[in-house]
Design a protein around this ligand. Structure first.
Ligand SMILES: [Zn+2]
Length: 56
């Protein structure tokens, strides 16, 4: 069996990076951590917008 199946980042759905597994980047990694932290405070999660960053 060939393992060409691309696993996706659980947060944004992009192909994950082996360096940041199981996420695609440190950004998603940090975001997941923040979600855990915020969950303790029962705060509503902000919408995850990745693509428009830097335009401001
Ligand atoms: Zn991601």
């Amino acid at each position: 069996m060939t393992s060409t199946f691309v696993r996706k980042c659980p947060l944004c759905g992009k192909p994950r990076s082996p360096e940041h597994s199981p996420f695609c980047s440190t950004r998603c990694k940090d975001r997941d951590l923040l979600r855990w932290l915020q969950d303790g405070y029962a705060l509503p999660g902000p919408p995850a917008l990745d693509e428009e960053e830097g335009k401001a």
